[in-house]
Design a protein around this ligand. Sequence first.
Ligand code: PEP
Ligand code: MN
Length: 636
Amino acid sequence: MIIILKQTILPSEKDNIKQILEDKGFIVKEIVGKEDTVLGAVGKVYMDPREVEVLPGVASVVPISKPYKLASRELKKEDTIVQVGKVKIGGNRVVLMAGPCAIESREQIMSIAKEVRESGALILRGGAFKPRTSPYSFQGLGEEGLKYLQEAGKAYDMPVTTEVVSPKDVEMMTHYIDMFQIGARNMQNFELLKEVGKTGMPVLLKRGLCATIEEWLMAAEYLMANGTDQVVLCERGIRTYERATRNTLDCSAIPVVQKLTHLPVIGDPSHATGIRDMVAPMSLALVASGASGLIVEVHNHPEKALSDGPQSLYPKQFEKLVRDIQILCPVVGKSLEKAPRIIPQTIKDESAQPSVKSSNIIAFQGERGAFSELAVRRTFDEEVKVLPCQTFAQAFDSVASGLAKYGVLPVENTLGGTIFDTLDLLASHPSLTVVGEQTVRIIHNLIGFEGVELKDIKKVYSHPQGLLQCKNYLEQNLPQAEAIPFFDTAGAVSFVKAQKDKSLAAIAGAPAAVFNNLCLLAEGIESNPLNYTRFYVISREENAEQFRSSSKLNCASILFSVSNNPGALFNVLKILSDNGLNMKKLESRPIPGKPWEYSFFVELELTDEEQLKKVTPSLKEATVSFRVLGLFSAAH
Ligand code: PEP
Ligand code: MN
């Protein structure tokens, strides 16, 4: 049962409730949600819910209807974020795990680890105990393999996962690995589940070849009831009558499972298909279905692999796949987790490690629930605090003054073009620099009061761009309604809410509806779905490295002015061209206080940071003023 606690509950009352339940024989878990705190009580015992309902501090008691209890969404509404070493899985992230099917030698795992890490994998996989269909096939290197796996993980700064096949190996394995993998063939090996659950460590739980979704979640329940709450589910294809592929990938399981459980679910396109050429399309299908990540088999010499060679990607193929996934992620409202950049040992400073901590405050322009807040949430941990600012200038100033550590500001929209405010404010804030980039797909929704019919809506509020982008929908579905421009989309929603007038509605992103407790009356109403906004993450110089160290820097923004001579701009562009620097964007902006003089804003694609350093002296020579606005990692 779920025991919903009163907000006014005293710590002593909470302890008392826990004690009573534990004395009865229940396992009790406390879950602190955004809206309320609940206790989950599960076990083989029975207690009349009315007995619990009368205890001091209890608001209500709800039985959990599903056979799996700790794993169910009924118990915990918010997504569980599983932490494997430094890597977080779940929420808005897509996390890639890669490596060979089996660890074959020290050299093999070292070499593959290096390649997958450079391409963007965050977790290293590799089997040391292989549950092979034939007893004559390679069975794995055992503990020796674990040693190589651990060494490769340490060398390339990746947590590692490997399959456990026997309860007797569990304790030994805890010394080498960061996450257990329970294989498809062992999904219902209950003794193994119990033993692994007791370690409290993260577990990757593959779906059994013939398991229903409910059986799969019951296996997760075994792990959780025994002591771990860090379970990641993995859809890896099920056995059907179809023989064209090794298994049949059940993509539809992903959204089904996400409704039933709070645990993250990822996909394994390699075992699902068994065929190399099908791994990339099915990877995209899994991400499109909502998977929180992928586990992919990659081998440097698949033709010589001791197991699963035919389904293993070449490192180059994996690299291409990562780029494709990165492009797809914003379409489904997610972002690909980036591999921390490998910092040369000499400048490695523990205090400047990748994780951008939750104590940070992040500024954005707009009201709570704005698309800019979505960009913040996509870039930082769930726990960061946000500072909504009325204007762009206020957001910049709050970062410059140290009130906020980072700011997330829009620079460009695929339909509306460049957002000049951000460029001009960067120019006038020399202490600030661009450290990152994020893209958000702009999905507009009609937001209003519950139960309202479209024909009864008289006024629709939104940012002028929002109204324009939903013109077709408004004309066809709300011909009677007046479209009223508002300074900001999320602000329009809170305005409508405050009016308490059911004939009003607003157009904004879904989080604004959640934040204001209003309803989505219609979703995805924009005329053009290719509507994306690109944001810059800005910070003061002293906080730049901490953010940047978590990614490969392959973009630069520069700002310069040139003398008023023929060919002056051309000369600068020629330097870029001669040095193989691809210019992605060029804007000219009037220089404040200097009528008819302009500065130029350029975005460049880099192969590495050194490329820009090398040309900087010649650029300085060819310009009147020159500034690198920032170095960052491309969001797409
Ligand atoms: C594996 O990941 O190497 C593996 C054996 O997977 P599964 O258990 O899904 O077959
Ligand atoms: Mn395999």
